[in-house]
Design a protein around this ligand. Structure first.
Ligand SMILES: [Zn+2]
Ligand SMILES: [Zn+2]
Length: 420
């Protein structure tokens, strides 16, 4: 029997409807904040992620689906969205139109992580990139937008953690001080950190094992005056928004391209302390890729984790509102016509095989969860009417014109909504 690949899955109703609903809410809010959509290719050059995300990151080193195609090109399934957006910004000549661009994307990312509950190797990310605004208000705005999205998605308790990891002026000295400290305390580090400490000492700070210990002893970050002022203004804007936050000196985010502000949103109730959304400023990435010297800030959120954090009660798959049935074969053409008429009236309408017995069709109507059946028999077909039967217990039936049937169904469905 054919099966999905390990770590991959089918998304079925009602989850599929929940994804669609989340995406719709996000699209509406993105428009409100002035973002345009970008639909990125799934496959990019492998080099794009090696050079931007960074070859010492777990994402690129261990988790990326990289492969050689028949033409000998080294390619990768995108593990994240930001490098593709930066590439697209340069490649499509957007800087010539306006350096300042606000772009959002929605799509699957691929990472060969160890399969575990709630983690998949293909997962949906929704992301935003604000390119061309170096101002601290841009950092704050992206976080405020993200908070609004999470709230709109129904995530109740969010915690925002922020930090600044400095810039190419002030970070090298800090990195060296941290490396000296870590080397002096090498024995206390986990095996993973021991191996990567030389290549990427910052990563030890967000290591789940070592991070908490290091918080107390590691040397503090010393910002240059510009970074210091930038971070102070970001915090000021967040206070004025107002958006509550916590400064977490251990938060470094694993990716190479971040400069200055980094942030994570965490949610209560999804077990781990993992972020449901995260991002930061990346003022040097676009220039390093051959583009203009332009600042940027952005984030990505995991749709699965947002939905898990927002889940309240049972999710329900959408049911038809009216189920159309033909009482005999001669009524089938009319029944088919009425089915389309009801949909045209904005009612969710469905039907089974008109060639089945009426009894079978009524069984299908009940199974579908529809509130009404619209039955067309010989008499109805001749008169141009329809018998609308309320399938709720004790429901009535009435033979009326198709338009009256649509109005009647709509009215009762609305009353039902008001009552519940
Ligand atoms: Zn700096
Ligand atoms: Zn560690």
């Amino acid at each position: 029997m054919a099966q999905t690949v390990r770590g991959f899955r089918d998304i079925m109703e009602p989850d599929a409807a929940a994804f669609a609903e989340l995406e719709a809410r996000c699209r509406a809010l993105f428009r409100l904040y002035g973002y345009g959509e970008i639909r990125l290719p799934t496959v990019e050059q492998r080099e794009l992620f090696v050079k931007s995300t960074g070859d010492t990151t777990d994402i690129v080193e261990k988790e990326m689906y990289a492969f050689e195609d028949a033409g000998g090109r080294m390619l990768a399934l995108r593990p994240e969205g930001t490098p593709g957006v930066a590439r697209a910004y340069i490649e499509n000549g957007l800087p010539a139109k306006d350096l300042r661009q606000k772009l959002f994307y929605i799509g699957s990312m691929f990472r060969a992580e160890r399969p575990q509950a709630g983690r998949y190797r293909e997962f949906e990310q929704i992301g935003a990139e604000y390119i061309g605004n170096p101002d601290p208000s841009a950092d704050a705005e992206t976080m405020v937008l993200l908070a609004a999205l999470l709230k709109s998605a129904g995530v109740k308790e969010i915690r925002l953690e922020i930090n600044s990891i400095g810039c190419p002026q002030c970070r090298p000295a800090y990195k060296q001080a941290l490396l000296d400290y870590l080397k002096a305390n090498l024995d206390s580090l986990c095996d993973n950190c021991k191996k990567r400490v030389e290549r990427n000492p910052l990563r030890a700070l967000d290591c789940k094992t070592d991070g908490p210990k290091l918080a107390a002893g590691a040397p503090p970050m010393k910002y240059c005056p510009d970074c210091d002022a930038h971070f102070a203004q970001v915090r000021e804007h967040l206070k004025n928004a107002p958006l509550a936050f916590n400064v977490n000196p251990n938060l470094v985010r694993g990716l190479d391209y971040y400069t200055r502000t980094v942030f994570e949103f965490r949610a209560a109730g999804i077990g781990s302390q993992d972020a449901i959304a995260a991002g930061g400023r990346y003022d040097t990435l676009i220039k390093s890729m051959g583009g203009p010297d332009v600042a940027a800030v952005g984030w990505a959120m995991g749709a699965d984790r947002v939905l898990a954090a927002a889940a309240s009660g049972e999710r329900a798959a959408p049911k038809p509102e009216v189920f159309v049935a033909a009482a005999d074969k001669t009524a089938a053409p009319k029944a088919f016509q009425i089915l389309q008429f009801l949909r045209g009236e904005g009612l969710r309408a469905d039907a089974a095989a008109f060639s089945q017995s009426l009894k079978s069709q009524m069984r299908a109507a009940n199974k579908s969860g529809a509130r009404f059946a619209a039955i067309i028999g010989e008499r109805e077909a001749a008169e141009g009417t329809v018998t609308l039967k309320d399938l709720a217990p004790g429901g009535q039936e009435k033979t009326v014109s198709p338009r009256e049937a649509a109005d009647l169904a709509r009215r009762q469905l609305q009353d039902g909504l008001k009552a519940s």
